[in-house]
Design a protein. Structure first.
Length: 63
């Protein structure tokens, strides 16, 4: 299963961590994903959503 938001599709981003001597090592910048119980098409399902989608109201949390 990919590390990806089920709502917007945001995923991991490849980048470099750069030392003072300008040596570069690979690192991954990952989105802040949360497991949320949400109402999707009238059913309650567990999805992985990024905090940006949760905060902006793109999902409806199930009680």
């Amino acid at each position: 299963m990919a590390y990806r938001c089920d709502i917007c599709g945001k995923g991991a981003n490849a980048a470099h961590t750069v030392s003072h001597s300008n040596r570069k090592a690979r690192k991954w910048q990952r989105p802040n994903l949360q497991a949320v119980r949400a109402s999707v098409a009238g059913q309650v399902v567990r999805i992985r959503a990024c905090t940006r989608c949760i905060r902006s109201g793109k999902i409806v949390k199930a009680a």
